[in-house]
Design a protein around this ligand. Structure first.
Ligand SMILES: NC(=O)c1ccc[n+]([C@@H]2O[C@H](COP(=O)([O-])OP(=O)(O)OC[C@H]3O[C@@H](n4cnc5c(N)ncnc54)[C@H](OP(=O)(O)O)[C@@H]3O)[C@@H](O)[C@H]2O)c1
Length: 261
């Protein structure tokens, strides 16, 4: 194949310039994947707002004033009124939204075979934070995204949705719901808004408590590339989805070393 030399600077330009001044909201931005994504987006000049339960009430939050600046805001994805308050803040303070990254979520390790140990509270929280809350936040932010520049939603899913192996059955189901909703929303919101899913395999973050060395050894053995993914590799895929893959919508990009194969 003949290399298209023109395409190299074009691709670099999309990454180097595509984020400058972009209004980016990263839900879960203080977590392992979110923090790495935030660092890269700020370095590329985006105005980044990170949202999670620990952030301050919207009324107390001033938006990032300059390129590369950061603001933190509170939202609880399990509470619809909290999501509505965040969306109202985005309308009022940002006037529109260019990039939405959904990388929040919780889980708890309950072995798949121990289904009787999966309690109602865990099912509800896992479903709300990984699936229903993500649908609600996309719905409530759609008007702001419609006014954005090249608006894109990147959802951080999991290879668990594909393999059926994950921290618990509710988590696998919630991420599968996220994948299916991304397909539906990609059709519904085109051509104005693109949606991309990034699906990592296990990372060495605090996400799933209770994973021991045995879990890590098993995961590595089942991964063709023979190691865990890193937050930076996932963040790279988030950035690519947001600005480089301009003809991609409704797709899931695996960052899993071939774990799904
Ligand atoms: N780490 C892995 O092995 C792995 C593998 C595959 C997929 N993933 C996916 O990657 C995403 C991020 O994982 P991570 O490793 O970065 O996890 P993490 O470090 O635990 O970060 C998760 C973030 O979600 C926020 N959060 C949790 N519940 C929330 C709620 N109800 N409302 C708003 N924010 C909430 C947390 O902040 P607060 O506590 O302040 O709310 C935290 O910032 C998750 O969606 C996960 O499913 C992770």
């Amino acid at each position: 194949m003949v290399a298209d030399t023109e395409s190299v600077p074009a691709a670099l330009g999309l990454l180097a310039e595509g984020f400058r001044g972009a209004r980016a909201l990263i839900v879960g931005g203080a977590g392992g994947i979110g923090a790495e994504t935030t660092i890269q987006l700020r370095a590329l000049g985006a105005r980044v707002v990170i949202a999670s339960r620990r952030g301050p009430e919207p009324a107390a939050v001033r938006p990032p004033a300059a390129d590369g600046e950061l603001a933190a805001i509170g939202v609880d994805l399990t509470r619809p009124e909290s999501i509505r308050a965040l969306a109202a803040w985005v309308e009022r303070e940002l006037g529109g939204l260019d990039i939405l990254v959904n990388t929040a979520g919780v889980t708890r390790t309950v072995p798949l075979r121990a289904i009787e140990q999966l309690d109602d509270a865990t099912i509800d929280e896992v479903m709300a934070s990984n699936a229903a809350g993500v649908l609600r936040i996309i719905r409530d932010l759609t008007p702001a995204l419609r006014r954005g520049q090249a608006p894109c939603v990147v959802n951080v899913s999991s290879v668990a949705a594909r393999t059926g192996v994950g921290s618990n059955v509710a988590y696998v189901g919630a991420k599968a719901a996220m994948d299916a909703m991304t397909v539906a929303l990609a059709k519904a919101l085109a051509p104005e808004i693109r949606l991309v899913n990034v699906a990592p395999s296990a990372l060495d973050t605090d996400f799933a408590k209770g994973r021991g060395p045995e879990f890590i050894a098993r995961t590595i053995a089942a991964t063709p590339l023979g190691r865990l993914a890193t937050p930076r590799e996932v963040a790279n895929a988030v950035l690519a989805g947001a600005r480089l893959l301009t003809m991609t919508t409704g797709s899931t990009i695996y960052v899993d070393g071939g774990r799904h194969l």
